[in-house]
Write a protein that binds this ligand. Structure first.
Ligand SMILES: Nc1ncnc2c1ncn2[C@@H]1O[C@H](COP(=O)(O)OP(=O)(O)OP(=O)(O)O)[C@@H](O)[C@H]1O
Ligand SMILES: N[C@@H](CCO)C(=O)O
Length: 328
């Protein structure tokens, strides 16, 4: 369980009151996740039980967080199934149109959002991939008029900063691949095709474990805390690299990838520049998570029970993407 910061029932109960969500009935630390402290909250109001998620942000600052929380609010208002963050009672119209969504618990910035129904599907088939692809395209379009701006904080600048930090923990072969791939991605990002890519707010971490399904239907996207303004193609590549690969070998799964891309394109057809750069962006998506997993693995933080992800998986995905680029 990634509980970095313990929250008492008293503190959680006080917040629940301030948000006018009823009486706290249960507070449970959540297993899984490596970034933030998460608890399920059960409250009771007018005889009905409701479920929420309390997140304490361990790395993100109070300056960075409004971008994510108001993005979730914006998407929820536009009919995209995402956890709706709760505002302090009476705060709407004061600082913010939608009220104050960022709170403070146990000395950390915190938010309370709706709990999505369902569970993650960890062995998806083409139909799941199609549902994610179509909803991702709807999400991109719905976020176009979101007024706040924040870059993808795990984008190219962070890769350039972090590769030198993780290099001492890698073999010579891995170091050579990290260096050459980073040079390739810096080169791609300077080109005119890259400049032509459509962009906007993206999720940037939409893995199998960040989507819920119930009875085969997609019930929501969550964990927006790596979102940022970046190319839509980067979001597509991150999804293809997780939803549409074989997890043991890291190899591309054509049936799932086709289902994902057809469904995405049915809502928003890809631009010519996106088609051309998809192979390079698949490599970028693999590099991003290889770097962050190396970083999490070799420079870990304290947690009550932390399950770091295996970095070598994304080394395999990257090697596959370099050796077998899909047809543009
Ligand atoms: N809004 C939500 N509705 C339902 N379940 C949720 C919600 N938010 C989080 N969870 C549950 O909590 C678990 C951990 O949350 P999450 O994946 O956001 O962790 P994290 O540490 O913030 O992020 P990361 O996935 O980047 O490590 C999820 O796998 C999911 O089971
Ligand atoms: N989805 C990420 C964890 C959060 O960054 C990974 O699997 O490495």
């Amino acid at each position: 369980m990634a509980v970095f910061t313990e929250v008492s029932e008293r503190e959680a109960g006080e917040l629940v009151h301030r948000l006018q969500l009823g009486e706290l009935r249960e507070l449970r630390g959540i297993q899984g996740g490596i970034e933030n402290t998460n608890y399920f909250l059960t409250t009771e109001q007018d005889g009905a039980r409701q479920e929420y998620v309390l997140t304490l942000f361990e790395r993100l600052t109070a300056e960075q967080l409004p971008f994510y929380l108001y993005l979730m609010k914006h998407l929820a208002r536009h009919g995209i199934p995402v956890p709706d963050p709760h505002a302090l009672a009476g705060s709407a119209g004061k600082d913010e149109e939608h009220g104050q969504l960022l709170h403070r618990v146990a000395g950390k910035p915190a938010a309370v959002v709706d709990r999505l129904r369902g569970a993650s599907v960890l062995d998806p088939g083409p139909a799941h991939c199609a549902a994610v692809g179509a909803m991702l395209a709807r999400m991109h379009l719905a976020a176009r008029d979101y007024p706040r701006h924040q870059p993808n904080l795990r984008g190219l600048a962070w890769w350039n900063e972090t590769v030198p930090v993780v290099l001492p923990h890698t073999t010579p072969e891995q170091a050579a691949l990290l260096r050459s791939e980073l040079a390739f991605q810096n080169h791609v990002a300077e080109g005119s095709l890259y400049a032509a890519l459509p962009r906007g707010p993206v999720h940037a971490d939409l893995f199998r474990d960040n989507v819920m399904f119930e009875d085969g239907r997609l019930t929501g996207f969550f964990d927006f805390y790596f979102a940022g303004v970046d190319t839509w193609l980067f979001d597509i590549a991150v999804c293809l690299n997780d939803w549409c690969v074989d997890l043991s070998a890291g190899a591309h799964d054509q049936a799932r990838a086709a289902a994902f891309l057809d469904a995405y394109g049915g809502v928003r057809p890809l631009a010519a520049a996106e088609r051309r750069l998809l192979p390079a962006m698949l490599r970028a998506g693999a590099l991003r998570f290889w770097i962050s997993r190396l970083w999490d693995f070799h420079l870990p933080r304290e947690a009550a029970l932390l399950q770091p992800h295996d970095p070598s998986h994304f080394e395999r995905v990257l090697r596959q993407r370099v050796a077998h680029p899909p047809l543009a």
